[in-house]
Design a protein around this ligand. Structure first.
Ligand code: ADP
Length: 345
């Protein structure tokens, strides 16, 4: 498909002042503040090395960025920086910070189930929009859900299309490297064109769970640190709704979470199923029960980095093509090690 992005080749500094304030740091580098000279409006600037993967990220993100719950891209420059070809992506500035930081900062007793479902409606409508365009995001996690500003009217939006993938209707080809057969991946995983999209629904289930109680479903019990067996439990879909914080949560909410967290992606709800679920369609009528989320998020904030790490690992294991690349890299490392050992002999 022809790219919709109009890459500007003029120097970005003609139109923007690049600030020094770092808005966030990701795996691909920093996101900094910048200002349009003509309007003095503030934007966020992400700088990527101009490689095919970065172009894919920018093009998929740009294509999707007209949705009200997806961070907008305004301009993309192809400029050199220190003799390196780079893409400078000018996005709307999300000054309101991450989803769960905002909930953690709420007044005690203010966050309700109705609000949680309202947030889920926003997230799921963005996912539905992407899936209808045959884009799987594949990296939906708390750090990629940001608010426009700190006011009560701040809008929640999804960002970071670094792992997004165009999923063709006519049965995608999941692996592009013909020289390597990942025989250990189940055939239904490789043939299912739904698979990439289903990891976004899994993410939605995890986020809904955390919104309702303040901790992720892959804790063995509320409060206990994450153990090495956790990954196994995620795979096995072992989680529960025990603990007093779940007693007052509606059955509809739990039903939706169960459907999103089904371990077999073929059995998992599709995003259309989610959008038709009554907890989502009736988001303005759900109970206004006060949740323990704010309190528990605060109590357990020291464990939040681990929550992020585990979610990242789980998502990586669901991205089949990445598992494949990683195995390849591991295999190379083993080979490298062997060579080193031989050399030492
Ligand atoms: P990466 O792909 O390198 O992980 P991200 O796009 O996730 O980069 O950005 C890294 C961090 O920068 C985010 O976690 C967030 O804190 C911050 N950030 C990203 N985009 C914006 C934005 N539009 N406005 C404000 N901060 C942003």
């Amino acid at each position: 498909m022809a790219s919709l992005v109009k890459y500007k080749t003029t120097p970005i500094k003609d139109e923007f002042i690049i600030g020094t304030q770092v808005l966030g740091v990701g795996i691909n580098g920093k996101v900094v503040e910048c200002e349009r000279k003509s309007t003095r409006e503030k934007y966020a600037l992400k700088v990527l090395r101009d490689v095919p993967k970065a172009r894919r990220e920018v093009e998929l993100h740009f294509e999707a960025s007209r949705h009200p719950h997806i961070v907008r891209i305004f301009e993309v420059y192809e400029n050199t920086y220190n003799d390196v070809n780079c893409l400078f992506v000018v996005m709307e500035c999300m000054a309101g910070g991450e989803l769960f930081t905002r909930i953690q900062d709420r007044a005690h007793g203010a966050f309700t189930e109705r609000e949680a479902s309202n947030i889920m409606y926003s997230i799921c409508s963005a996912i539905a929009y992407l899936h209808h365009m045959n884009i799987a995001h594949r990296d939906i996690k708390p750090e990629n859900l940001l608010y426009t500003d700190n006011t009560p009217h701040g809008v929640l939006k999804l960002t970071d299309f670094g792992f997004a993938k165009s999923v063709s209707e006519s049965g995608e080809k999941p692996l592009e490297t013909p020289c390597y057969t990942p025989y250990y991946v189940a055939p239904e995983v490789l043939s299912s064109k739904k698979y990439d999209k289903s990891c976004d629904v899994w993410s939605a289930g995890i986020i809904a769970y955390i919104l309702l109680c303040g901790y992720p479903p892959f804790y063995s019990h509320h409060g206990l640190p994450i153990s090495p067996g956790m990954k196994k439990r995620i795979r096995a879909g072992q989680y529960n709704f025990s603990g007093p914080e779940w007693d007052r949560v509606s059955e509809a909410a739990k039903d939706l979470i169960r459907k999103c967290l089904r371990t077999d992606p073929a059995e998992r709800a599709t995003i259309d199923d989610v959008m038709r679920h009554k907890w989502i369609t009736h988001y303005n009528k759900n109970p206004e029960t006060v949740l323990d989320t704010t309190k528990i998020l605060l109590e357990q904030r020291s464990q939040w980095p681990e929550v992020e790490e585990e979610m990242e690992k789980a998502l990586a294991s669901m991205r089949v093509d990445e598992v494949h690349i990683k195995s390849l890299r591991d295999a190379n490392n083993a080979l490298l090690e062997k060579r080193m050992q031989n050399r030492q002999k």
